[in-house]
Design a protein around this ligand. Structure first.
Ligand code: ARG
Length: 457
């Protein structure tokens, strides 16, 4: 039965009911709605709407309902209740009769739904934080195992300077660490209870809203009732956290898809996260990574959609805001799935060291080293840059690497070049020299790994 029949003489059109009802998605808020209702029943004792005995009866029935919901949340979907709030109230009345009809005193679905979503978001923040943490740990472990795996580093997708697979992994650790800290930051603004704000103007029952907030595990109660029922900033913030993090995961996926091409062939992916072709027997496609990259799009869509839903809304609650849930649920589920999938992909990754090193040796990725060598011999950097550019053209013409040019050929470009240049042009020297904080030198990467391990412990 609907919660609001009295004023109406005609039943709702079935087509309107289908558009209006939200149970098919907001059933996911059942736990939060029940927990919020228990707290509300306690508040109603403090304002003498319920006796202590009545409250105990309600709480017991709600606790049984919570167990039923936990055992089988999808059973809720069999009901034709309008939304999860109507469903919980209906079930309560089934269990305790008329007493159940007292629960909604002084409360509105507007403060109720705002509370439910915030409670749900708080639980998600914890779980997503753990998944972000776990993925960082997986990246650090992969880095640790691949400190000696040299590969080309790119700018403009052109080979630029040699790096290690470990250094690449640690770059994504940084991005995910920022994602995790953004989540923590979001929690500080999310952790404020709207319950007791009523439909929009506040509840008429003089309760202690701070105490009520505390019962629900919120840090405090909101300050303005109009804002409380119409604020969905926390949904927007979580969606933007998801959107940013999914961009990181998408770039991670794209890098690995490229490393896995036949042309690059720096890595092998596990059979557990790849699939074959129905026609081409030789194929092993990086589907898990492509899906991470692809699913990034729908998360950006959820954020943009919700921004547009909110942008013209007058205060206070409007039914438009019911549109917050499907995008939020989908985006956070997707984010979680992709974080877990990224960990699984890393778990089975093999770096093909000889091939990755060979690629790092090609593409004149040690040109900067030659310029720095000239600088050390007193040539101003801009001049050195020009000289090396000419040497690279010569090497390209001869089909050789810089270090394969005979000394006499190199000396045509600068007489300061001596025999000691060849050691400088070695890959290992290119890595070793980048020893300032954050650089790719083995000591710096080892330090970064040790620091991250300590942070993540
Ligand atoms: N299902 C609604 C939502 O998700 C609950 C609040 C409805 N409030 C109302 N006055 N119709 O936003």
């Amino acid at each position: 039965m609907a919660l609001w029949g009295g004023r109406f003489t005609q039943a709702a059109d079935q087509r309107f009911k289908e558009l209006n009802d939200s149970l098919r998605f907001d059933y996911r808020l059942a736990e939060q709605d029940i927990v919020g209702s228990v707290a509300w029943s306690k508040a109603l004792v403090t304002v003498n709407v319920l006796t202590a005995d009545e409250q105990i009866q309600l709480e017991e029935a709600l606790t049984v309902l919570l167990e039923e919901v936990r055992a089988n949340p999808r059973a809720i979907l069999a009901s034709d209740a309008e939304d999860i709030h109507s469903w919980v109230e209906g079930k309560l009345i089934d269990k305790v009769g008329n007493l159940g009809k007292k629960l909604h005193t002084g409360r509105s679905r507007n403060d109720q739904v705002a509370t439910d979503i915030k409670l749900w978001c708080k639980a998600q923040v914890v779980e997503l934080g753990e998944a972000l943490h776990h993925l960082q740990q997986a990246l650090v472990a992969t880095a640790e195992a691949n400190q000696d795996a040299v590969m080309p580093g790119y700018t403009h997708l052109q080979r630029a300077q040699p790096v290690t697979f470990a250094h690449w992994c640690m770059a994504y650790v940084e991005m995910l660490a920022r994602d995790e800290s953004r989540l923590k930051d979001t929690l500080t603004r999310l952790d404020v209870s709207p319950l007791g704000c009523g439909a929009l103007a506040g509840t008429a029952y003089p309760m202690d809203r701070e105490q009520l907030a505390g019962w629900l595990g919120f840090a405090s109660a909101t300050r303005n009732s109009l804002d409380s029922v119409s604020d969905r900033d926390h949904v927007l913030e979580l969606l933007s956290n998801a959107a940013i993090s999914m961009v990181h995961l998408s770039r991670f996926a794209e890098d690995l898809i490229f490393f896995n091409t036949g042309e690059a062939a720096f890595i092998d992916l596990s059979d557990r996260v790849t699939s074959g072709s129905s026609l081409m027997p030789q194929k092993k496609n990086p589907d898990a990574l492509e899906l991470i990259r692809g699913k990034c799009g729908r998360v950006q869509g959820a954020l943009t959609g919700m921004m547009m839903t909110m942008k013209g809304l007058p205060l206070a609650y409007n039914k438009d805001m019911q549109e917050d849930k499907e995008g939020l649920f989908d985006a956070l589920d997707t984010w979680m799935d992709c974080l877990n999938m990224a960990s699984l992909v890393l778990d089975g990754i093999q770096v093909k060291r000889p091939r990755a090193k060979e690629a790092a040796q090609q593409g004149y990725a040690n040109s900067t080293e030659l310029a720095d060598y000239l600088v050390a011999k007193g040539v101003p950097f801009r001049e050195a840059h020009h000289i090396v550019g000419e040497a690279v053209v010569e090497a390209i013409n001869q089909g050789k690497a810089l270090e394969e040019l005979p000394l006499a050929d190199l000396q045509k470009f600068s007489s300061v070049i001596g025999d000691d240049v060849y050691a400088i042009l070695e890959l290992q020297s290119c890595l070793d020299k980048r020893a300032a904080k954050g650089g790719v030198s083995p000591q710096q990467v080892a330090q970064a790994i040790a620091d991250a391990k300590a942070r993540l412990a």
